[in-house]
Design a protein around this ligand. Structure first.
Ligand code: NAP
Length: 338
């Protein structure tokens, strides 16, 4: 089968960073589905893993977002049949989705939205799992409206995760969403996805929140550079407020700044359930299924910015380069094999 892979950790412009390869097709067993991959999307995690050394120069296939068709199922699969159209992010410890066929555990996959094609579906899983777990599980926001009217500050609103996080916070929880974006086009993108207000993360955040009449917020979801915003976040969080980030600090941070406010802090890592095979792994199937239903009912809208075709080394390189710039708006998808 075709795949885009590499044998070495290389910069995006190095010839061998992306190779068009022929590799063996895997076989389904246990709870795995064998999926014919129709579209994939690229996330910052792909660019980070690409730069990690390969033990013994083993071949590595990246990609943790896909949509496709189930072509075989393992003996223990009970939720899917051959022919089902699915979407999933997969597991960071397993081969990625940049190949014509991929195995995925049924507990972390779901039937894709029927109203979307493969490309738009492939844009959603990784970022949706991240945003959903961050908002409803780590921050503990009620998705039944019990926290309606409370305010969330989302730092980095126009990226892949922000594009769906804004929608989930607005449409399910009815929070007052204040997103950050630094350019007119990224600010417009946030508003189009439901942000009530957009402020600029390169200007004084406290002053801008004051001007909006929300000097302090109930929740902060930081989707970028947490260390750079930590002092501001601890200033603007309300007493007993909640903070979540999806990124590493990369340097010491002072959690003591939260003590006098009894504010709480949580990390979100969307591969935790799959890499640790937690007992509640099938929550990912549940949240992706619920998201698909909300897409089909029109409550949530696409997060796709651009679709590139076909899935090959040249196009993968271009999309990695775009993501690495850190200024993506929405999601970048590759579709179809040449
Ligand atoms: N823990 C997890 O499970 C998990 C899951 C997904 C992603 N992540 C990580 O979370 C981060 C965001 O992911 P993503 O997919 O949303 O990324 P992305 O799509 O590449 O995000 C791009 C956006 O980031 C904004 N941005 C860039 N620098 C910023 C800064 N200094 N302050 C505020 N915003 C800034 C830009 O907004 P403007 O152009 O408007 O400035 C741009 O729209 C990445 O580091 C990724 O690896 C973690």
């Amino acid at each position: 089968m075709k795949a885009v892979g590499s044998y070495k950790a290389l910069a995006v412009n190095e010839d061998e960073a992306f190779l068009d390869l022929e590799i063996d097709k895997p076989e389904a067993s246990g709870r795995n589905l064998l999926v014919e991959v129709k579209a994939i999307s690229v996330n910052p995690v792909d660019t980070k893993v690409r730069k990690r050394p390969h033990p013994d120069e083993t071949m590595r296939v990246l990609g943790w977002d896909a949509a496709g068709v189930v072509t075989a199922v393992g003996d223990d699969v009970n939720g899917f049949v051959v022919g089902d159209e699915v979407y999933y992010a997969g597991c960071i410890t397993k081969p990625g989705s940049n190949s014509e066929y991929q195995l995925v555990d049924e507990r972390i996959a779901a039937k894709k939205p029927t109203s979307l094609g493969f490309a738009e579906s492939a844009a959603l899983p990784l970022t949706t799992i991240t945003a959903w777990e961050a908002i409803f599980e780590r921050l503990g926001v009620s998705k039944d409206g019990n926290d309606a009217g409370k305010t969330i500050l989302m730092i980095g609103g126009a990226g892949g995760v922000g594009s769906i996080a804004i929608q989930l916070a607005k449409k399910l929880a009815n929070l007052n969403v204040i997103a950050t974006a630094s350019r007119p086009e990224s600010a417009d993108w946030c508003r189009a996805r439901g942000a009530d207000d957009v402020i600029n993360h390169y200007e004084d955040i406290s002053e801008q929140l004051d001007a909006l009449g929300h000097p302090q917020v109930d929740y902060v979801l930081c989707l970028t550079n947490i260390a750079g915003y930590w002092k501001t976040i601890t200033d603007v969080i309300k007493p007993q407020g909640k903070i979540c980030t999806i990124v590493d600090f990369f340097e010491d941070s002072n959690l003591d700044l939260l003590k006098l406010k009894s504010a709480s802090f949580a990390f979100e890592f969307m591969f935790t359930r799959s890499m640790h095979q937690t007992d509640d792994m099938d929550e990912i199937n549940a949240l992706l299924s619920e998201t698909a239903a909300m897409i089909d009912s029109g409550e949530l809208i696409t997060t796709v910015a651009e679709v590139v075709s076909p899935i090959n080394a040249d196009n993968m390189r271009k999309v990695h380069a775009t993501i690495e710039e850190g200024r993506a708006i929405g999601k970048y998808v590759l579709e179809g094999w040449s």
